[in-house]
Design a protein. Structure first.
Length: 274
């Protein structure tokens, strides 16, 4: 199953707001910026997994020594920068925290709901008032797919079952193509009744929410003040997306307190258990 666009965007917004905050340690800011792909890999873990706690506890003491271990891990092209086990692991832990909250607030009730929620986010963020046809959008998605597989040129095949490996790869490509075609249709020719049922009634995303406006300004290159961040966090959220952002950023601050020694393992563990 392909990862949700809205949850992927949610994690990016969480980490962007976290990075703009003055009271977050430099280690969190560095790894979530340079190893953002590994943060997104947090979606591959279960919400009840303890991986974030284990990784934060493992690397919290003497971080600078851990990050000097030069062993490189993961895909060379995801992203194209050197990474040590400590750096990529810490990024994964932060991504797990954000993805855990995204699942709680933004898991759709059906495939149709997920499709229309992704389409609504794509339309509001990337299309706006500009006109775009289904054909143009489908072509864009096709180019994105080609670039994705070119970047995976270092992907190691299963040489013991090469035919099965190719079959699975072909199945994944067809799944991508089918989903992108459906998404293109939902973006440019959306069914108003389905949008009402799956997006509007559920209050998934409200562009007037203070945290959503803050996230948009950061994506536009604005560096907010600490006061502006705190005001956005204090504002009452109206949409599920904004409520999730509020909870996730609070969780990342708790993780920061644990990692920097301001709180102990028991306190952080009890917080995540709620």
């Amino acid at each position: 199953m392909l990862e949700s666009l809205i949850r992927t965007a949610f994690v990016d917004d969480c980490l962007n707001i976290m990075n703009a905050s003055e009271d977050i340690c430099e280690a969190f800011k560095e790894v979530s910026t340079t190893h953002r792909t590994f943060a997104q890999f947090g979606s591959l873990t279960r919400s009840d997994d303890r991986i974030a706690i284990e990784l934060l506890a493992r690397f919290r003491d003497d971080w600078e020594s851990h990050r000097t271990v030069k062993e490189e891990v993961g895909f060379r092209s995801a992203p194209l920068v050197p990474k040590t086990e400590a750096e990529s692991s810490l990024a994964l832990a932060l991504g797990w925290i954000a993805h855990r909250t995204a699942r709680a607030h933004l898991t759709p009730e059906s495939a149709e709901a997920g499709l229309y929620q992704d389409a609504e986010l794509f339309r509001k963020r990337y299309v706006g008032g500009t006109g775009i046809s289904r054909e143009e959008l489908t072509e864009l998605f096709s180019v994105m797919q080609q670039r994705f597989f070119i970047e995976m040129h270092t992907f190691v095949p299963d040489v013991d079952d090469i035919e099965g490996w190719f079959d699975r790869l072909d199945e994944m490509m067809h799944e991508w193509e089918g989903h992108m075609a459906q998404l293109a249709s939902a973006v440019v020719a959306s069914d108003s009744e389905k949008v009402q049922r799956n997006v509007d009634t559920l209050r998934i995303y409200d562009e007037e929410d203070a945290l959503i406006r803050l996230a948009e300004s950061i994506r536009s290159g604005v560096r907010p003040s600490q006061g502006e961040i705190e005001a956005a966090l204090s504002a009452e959220p109206r949409s599920k997306y904004a409520r999730g952002l509020n909870q996730a950023i609070n969780s990342l601050h708790r993780a920061n307190a644990f990692f920097t020694g301001s709180s102990d393992l028991r306190s952080f563990d009890e917080f995540l258990a709620v």
